[in-house]
Design a protein around this ligand. Structure first.
Ligand SMILES: Cc1cc2nc3c(=O)[nH]c(=O)nc-3n(C[C@H](O)[C@H](O)[C@H](O)COP(=O)(O)O)c2cc1C
Length: 437
């Protein structure tokens, strides 16, 4: 299984370079957190590096327990922010996140298609079934994963049909003849399903020119199957190369099972990058940034994800596979719980080591702590092994890490023939399908 000829690279605009204690640095620019200029600046630099897309994950709740020490997931609405970024950029794709558990499909179809018009065909939709936030939407608890994915499948079908319900060709704009549109081409969808009843049509024409790329996040069995049936890419958590290889192989064969080609689904893991000009400085950056991650919080994460209570365990005791109780029935994300169990079974780390792992303190993303050269080596290795089709960069620890990613790491990938020199198209879909990959 060969890797794609060239990588697809996304730049996360979720300000991971402010996470942990990084926001406290004098040059962090944290005051701009709720302004658009802060993000536009990074998006422009990402565009100068010819990155495929700028990406905003999203959540619809505030974690007040974290707010004393950091942003606690406080953020601007992603589609509105990307609409403002659209005005200051011209090529880079704009990937927004919208939850299929909380929003109605008509609203999401309209939001993403509006972003597509505003950006001249650069919108993408990251489909999430969400982790939390039910209390803000009249739900006493999160629906089961099965229900969330069944709803997501119907939701996505409705959104796609709404986008087709008002084709661009229906717009006549014939001044002489006095005909604005050929209304006969605009049709209701009359959808009646287990979760949604939607008449349509959408009150906005399709921008057309190219499809809106669909990205999915969530890699349980149900998540993979859903992604393989409909998504152009999966935003994945793969803390090690074997996890990425397994996921990519599995998704490609599932896509074929759905009558698609393996190449139709691209695996783009999150890549957390603590970069500095020397390895020692990068290690220091990582340690400083995460120095105040509370032990209680990490212990809580392990307990929630595995059912294992390590509160009274000594730091140097090994956590063995045989210590793991059966998986808890309810977890926020089966993807993340599965990755943590897998790491414990494989590495049997000490308590101290376990509490520092990305599966516990981060989002289980692939992690590079080192120089831009180290990052390039790791990316080349994973790409040549056929583990990835690209990745989404999450620079961590400092603004310098952002610069080292965009101004050194990505150009070095270009020099090595792993990434484009320039955009060849103008839509997000063009970037994702360049070189037929
Ligand atoms: C890498 C990754 C990124 C995710 N990003 C988001 C996000 O931005 N917003 C959100 O509400 N949920 C997000 N989720 C949650 C998923 O959409 C999904 O609800 C959750 O992982 C449960 O599905 P699973 O059982 O397949 O893991 C993410 C999940 C993963 C694995």
């Amino acid at each position: 299984m060969a890797p794609s000829k060239q990588l697809h690279i996304g730049m996360s605009l979720a300000p991971t370079w402010l996470s942990g204690d990084a926001w406290r640095r004098a040059d962090s620019g944290v005051e701009g957190l709720f302004s658009s200029g802060f993000y536009l600046d990074i998006a422009r630099r990402a565009e100068a590096a010819k990155i495929d897309f700028a990406f905003l994950p999203d959540s619809l709740f505030l974690h007040t327990g974290l707010l004393e020490g950091g942003s606690g997931f406080a953020s601007l609405d992603p589609s509105m922010l990307l609409a403002s970024i659209a005005h200051g950029t011209s090529k880079i794709g704009l990937l927004s996140t919208a939850s299929t558990t909380f929003y109605p499909p008509y609203i999401v179809a309209r939001q993403i298609q509006s972003l597509n018009w505003i950006s001249n065909g650069r919108a993408g939709w990251n489909i999430v079934t969400a982790l939390d936030g039910n209390g803000n939407f009249g739900l006493s608890e999160m629906p089961s994963p099965e229900e969330r994915y069944a709803r997501a499948a119907e939701f996505t079908e409705v959104v796609k049909r709404l986008w087709e319900s008002f084709p661009r060709e229906a717009l006549s704009l014939d001044r002489d003849g006095g005909r604005f549109a050929d209304a006969g081409l605009v049709r209701p969808i009359d959808h009646e399903g287990p979760f949604f009843s939607v008449k349509g049509p959408l009150n906005l024409p399709n921008f057309g020119k190219a499809p809106v790329p669909l990205v999915q996040a969530g890699a349980s069995e149900a998540g993979r199957d859903f992604a393989a049936s409909v998504a152009d890419a999966i935003f994945a958590s793969t803390p090690d190369k074997t996890a990425a290889l397994d996921l990519r192989k599995d998704l490609r064969s599932r896509a074929e099972g759905h009558g698609r080609k393996g190449d139709d689904i691209r695996v783009l893991p999150g890549l957390s990058l603590y970069l500095a000009s020397s390895r020692a400085e990068a290690q220091e950056l990582f340690a400083e940034t995460n120095a105040r991650v509370s032990r209680a919080r990490s212990l809580g994460t392990v307990r929630e994800m595995t059912g294992l209570d390590l509160s009274d365990w000594p730091e140097n005791r090994q956590v063995k596979a045989s210590d793991l109780p059966p998986p808890p029935e309810k977890v926020r994300s089966r993807t993340h719980s599965g990755l943590l169990r897998r790491m414990i079974e494989r590495d049997e780390p000490t308590v101290a080591d376990l509490l520092r792992r990305p599966e516990v303190i981060g989002s289980a993303h692939w992690l590079v702590i080192g120089t831009p050269g180290d990052a390039v080596d790791a990316i080349r290795d994973w790409a040549h092994s056929g583990a990835i089709d690209g990745f989404v960069g999450f620079p961590g620890g400092s603004m310098d890490a952002v610069s080292l990613f965009l101004s050194e790491t990505v150009p070095a990938l270009t020099e090595q023939g792993l990434f484009r020199k320039d955009y060849s198209g103008s839509t997000f879909f063009d970037h994702l399908t360049e070189n037929g990959c």
